[in-house]
Design a protein around this ligand. Structure first.
Ligand code: ZN
Length: 242
């Protein structure tokens, strides 16, 4: 049998992250490829705080990502940074944190055919994508997929074995836009497929922040309408409660 690593190195000789950065290259995108084995797990503050859209692919090492880093990424997403989570990133700490659910799904790894359908053709992520397209061999990801129900469904998948899956779903969390896209198992050349790359490129442009709102504070002592009610606690010192 061929070791899986040989096949992965054939399709992604510089690593999946660098291949994606190379294949997504465009005049309007400044792409950086980082990985978990780099200092500060690839995302020191000077990189995270200058990133408009973070693309996340992870598989076996989700637990190694430090919780403090997940806190920082979450805050940056809530402030407006876009986040695109690919394939097995559904179990990453950051995706589960932002969803608030376990994000489990059914799976089967026998290289069956996957057919995807665009179900929201007017959405920017579906721009220039055919109504339906095929990944000849992929790992099956199937329902039930326990993500929250507030996502906008962009793509649905059918698998040769009969399973179906919500393979492209867009979310908003505070100021941040998030897109989950399930293609991308590492033993298939999926990140060389021009349609897949077009979807990810569309998602980057959709998720890019219009403005970042950092350290938002929310008191509003002056009401826009005049308040006529008597405040029964007017003489109460509440300063210790805030
Ligand atoms: Zn996989």
């Amino acid at each position: 049998m061929t070791p899986a690593g040989d096949l992965i190195r054939k399709y992604y000789p510089e690593g999946l992250h660098k291949t994606l950065a190379n294949n997504l290259a465009a005049d309007d995108l400044a792409l950086r490829a980082v990985s978990l084995d780099q200092p500060e797990q690839g995302l020191p503050e000077e990189i995270l705080n200058t990133t408009d859209v973070l693309i996340w692919w992870g598989h076996c090492a989700h637990a190694e990502v430090k919780d403090e880093l997940v806190d920082k990424i979450q805050q940056r997403v809530l402030s407006g940074m876009g986040l695109i989570v690919l394939h097995s990133g559904h179990l990453s700490k950051i995706f589960r944190r932002l969803m608030g659910t376990a994000c489990r799904l059914r799976w089967r790894e026998i290289g069956e055919k996957e057919r995807l359908w665009v179900v929201s053709p007017a959405h920017p992520i579906a721009r220039n994508i055919p109504e339906t397209f095929v990944i000849p061999h992929h790992e099956m990801y199937g329902e039930p997929f326990d993500i929250p129900q507030d996502g906008k469904l962009i793509f649905m998948s059918w698998f040769e074995g009969g399973n179906v899956f919500r393979s492209g779903v867009a979310f908003e969390r505070d100021r941040g836009k998030i897109f989950y896209f399930s293609p991308g198992h590492e033993t298939f050349p999926i990140f060389h497929d021009p349609i897949i790359l077009q979807v990810i490129g569309n998602a980057i442009r959709w998720a890019a922040p219009t403005e970042m709102v950092v350290n938002r504070i929310t008191p509003q002592p002056e009401a826009p309408e005049k308040i006529h009610s008597n405040n029964p606690l007017a003489n109460l010192d509440t300063s210790t409660l805030h």
